[in-house]
Design a protein around this ligand. Structure first.
Ligand code: AHM
Ligand code: MG
Length: 363
């Protein structure tokens, strides 16, 4: 009798070794895929591609690694603490926000892929210096999302969207940035958490890559992510309850009510970092909400840098995103720092939220 049989009996040992064999088969069939190779393979599927788009994403991945390096030692060096500046939306700017903003800019300004950029941390357009060539793409980004979590060593993120320029040539303009989200050619986010993950989509599936710090490479860990049709988690800053409209209050009260048939009550999970809250719900299913309220009449989150890129991702993963009335990806921005209410996540949950918000259902 083998050692395994001693513990599990003959049937148990057979089941275990079959399980091990199938795990080995599964592992053997997985490719060891770096982010760089994935981007190149995606490009080869477009015969006329110039390499610009791949170059852009590769430059961005380098910026992300530099930000990760800084984030991971945030508690160790004198990087914590508030500067005396405020960003374009009036929020306090922390040193890490500035570092990340500058790092993305420096990694992206000279590649010849972009004609203009816009960042949550910069008031106006970010132009490409005249000494460098301009390209056909536009980058919009939130360099550090969830900055209130930095000092507490909780998860933070970065979010980005890429558009093709609409102006024919020369430096990019407002018109190149103020495009509705459905026109994005790529979008993605990074979560700097227990490990760092880079999730991106170019319109062909949503794919996640986990950083292996020992080799400095992002390795494919989540291929073709599909969000569950319905979740069991809701994420919202419930401290704002008294400031919400009745529709939102009714929906949240409905989610808390006990009902076995509809799997209620839901669990509440809220980190306060959109990228991290979104990522959890993308994997487990659920809904994230930042509605308008009496203190944030147009919502708190930015359409261009946060809501649009994540809505692009969620739709390509089979989910849904709305401002309560309109699909986020259809909203045409009229200013760089425009805000929007956001309801995003599993399709059935977001649809249900819309029904409450539009007063078609009540609790
Ligand atoms: P930031 O990009 O300046 O960090 O702000 C956005 C953050 C989101 O990550 C998060 O979902 C939200 O603000 C949290 O806001 P609140 O503290 O009001 O709940
Ligand atoms: Mg943000």
């Amino acid at each position: 009798m083998s050692r395994q049989e001693l513990f599990t009996g003959r049937d148990g040992a057979r089941r275990l070794s079959e399980k091990n064999r199938s795990r080995e088969r599964d592992l053997a069939s997985r490719r060891l895929m770096t982010l760089g190779r994935h981007i190149e393979e995606g490009e080869r599927m477009h015969p006329g591609a110039t390499g610009d788009f791949s170059g852009l994403l590769s430059d961005l991945a380098i910026a992300v690694k530099l930000i990760w390096r800084e984030v991971s030692k945030a508690g160790l060096i004198d990087i914590l603490g508030v500067t005396d500046k405020h960003n374009a939306s009036g929020d306090e700017v922390k040193k890490l926000d500035e570092f990340a903003d500058e790092t993305i800019y420096k990694a992206m300004d000279h590649g010849g892929h972009l004609c203009v950029m816009a960042s949550e941390e910069s008031e106006g357009l970010i132009e490409i210096p005249t000494r460098y060539p301009v390209g056909k793409y536009v980058l919009v980004y939130d360099p550090i999302d969830g900055s209130s979590n930095i000092d507490a060593n909780a998860s933070i993120g970065s979010i980005f969207g890429v558009f093709r320029r609409v102006t024919p040539s020369g430096p990019g303009t407002d018109a190149d940035c103020l495009q509705p989200g459905y026109k994005q050619v790529a979008a993605g986010y990074v979560v700097y958490g227990p490990s760092t993950i880079f999730v991106y989509c170019t319109g062909k599936g949503v794919h996640g890559f986990t950083l292996d710090p020992s080799v400095g490479e992002f390795l494919l860990s989540h291929e073709n992510v599909v969000i569950p049709k319905r979740g069991k988690i809701y994420s919202i800053n419930e401290g704002n309850y008294l400031r919400w409209d009745d529709g939102v209050k009714n929906y949240i009260n409905y989610l808390k009510k006990e009902d076995k048939a509809t799997n209620r009550p839901y669990s509440s999970r809220y980190i306060g970092s959109l990228a991290a809250d979104f990522h959890r719900n993308l994997l487990y299913g659920g809904i994230f909400m930042y509605p308008s309220d009496k203190s944030h009449p147009g919502g708190k989150l930015r359409l261009l840098y946060e809501a649009s890129p994540l809505s692009f991702i969620v739709e390509h993963a089979g989910g849904r995103a709305t401002d309560g009335k309109e699909r986020i990806l259809d909203i045409v921005p009229t200013s760089l720092h425009q805000k929007t209410p956001l309801f995003i996540g599993s399709g059935e949950d977001v649809k249900e939220a819309e029904e409450f918000i539009q007063g078609k259902r009540s609790y």
